[in-house]
Design a protein around this ligand. Structure first.
Ligand code: DON
Length: 304
């Protein structure tokens, strides 16, 4: 069975499932999204790409963008970044404050909001134009440039971003933010507002399936060992307190966002992006997880 045949079959059966998820309600702009949207796109390394459903409709990738900011910060500062953020699953909600105080302001990993704020601070310190340079870096990973920030989503999240404001100020008080919290938060909210479709998103993850190389240009985006480590963190922390469940059911490194997107990679084989806005109680796409579970089951291919 080809990837295309497997995707067509599972897309049809997953689309029919009763929707048990709900679009993110805490960001006003995201709560407006049509929950019936559903798209999938795969970029295999050795077979043609394939998409189905709403794979060319743009959506808010939210926390999936944290993979890009981590990659750029890692490239910029090397192993020093691990002095300021850990690599352990937190077992808590993505926007939790609870562990920070006893952990002396070192977030458990770069994908929970606290860790992503520290990574944002590293980029604000290290880049002249953090927003423009991050976008340029992201675009270098894919032949498509169909990705941009959404000022509407950014403003919407800023208007209710109290918890991230609290997290950033708390981190600052614990000595793990160098810049002014306002500046770091501004960059963070812009990062989370990145919008693209499944077609481009899957291609943006292809370097992580190919030892850090972007196949369209042969450019080494990040060293092999960074790609290996980012995949390891996606595997253990990419789905917050549902990371174990995702590894158990799907068996691929991946990253979710509250816009309902999931990007995942099978090293040396493919990258895949799925979008369905209905989220389960852990903040991950309900149908997206179902789809990927069926996909790795039917193809009998996972990293385990
Ligand atoms: O900071 C937030 O709450 C959002 N901008 C991103 C959260 C997110 O996508 C978590 N994902 N599952």
């Amino acid at each position: 069975m080809t990837y295309q045949e497997a995707i067509e079959q599972i897309y049809r059966s997953t689309k029919k499932l009763k929707e048990k998820g709900k679009p993110a309600a805490y960001i006003p702009e995201l709560s407006q999204i049509d929950p019936s949207k559903f798209g999938v796109h795969i970029c295999p390394l050795k077979e043609p790409s394939f998409g189905i459903g709403d794979y060319q409709t743009r959506f808010s990738i939210q926390s999936i963008a944290k993979v890009f900011s981590l990659s750029l910060a890692y490239k910029l500062k090397g192993e020093k970044i691990w002095e300021r953020v850990g690599v352990e699953p937190s077992g808590t909600k993505f926007n939790s404050l609870v562990q920070l105080e006893s952990d002396n302001g070192i977030p458990r990993n770069p994908f929970i909001n606290a860790g992503a704020l520290v990574i944002a601070d590293i980029l604000v310190s290290g880049l002249k134009n953090p927003k423009a340079e991050l976008l340029e870096f992201v675009k270098s990973m894919s032949p498509s440039d169909n990705i941009s920030y959404s000022p509407v989503v950014e403003a919407s999240e800023k208007s209710v971003g109290y918890r991230n404001v609290a997290l950033c100020n708390f981190l600052k008080s614990l000595g793990n933010i160098e810049n002014q919290p306002e500046e770091v938060l501004d960059f963070y909210f812009t990062l989370c507002s990145l919008e693209t479709d499944c077609q481009t998103l899957s291609s943006l993850f292809l370097p992580l399936a190919y030892d850090g190389i972007a196949p369209h240009s042969n450019e080494k985006i990040i060293p092999n060992s960074y790609s290996k480590r980012i995949n390891a963190i996606m595997q253990t922390c990419g789905f917050y307190d549902e990371s174990g469940e995702f590894a158990f059911r799907v068996g691929l490194p991946g990253k979710s966002g509250v816009g309902g997107g999931i990007a995942a990679v099978h090293p040396d084989k493919y990258s895949i992006a799925v979008w369905s806005p209905g989220l389960n109680t852990k903040g991950n796409s309900y149908k997206g997880m179902k789809f990927l579970e069926e996909f790795t089951t039917l193809t009998e291919l996972s990293i385990f």
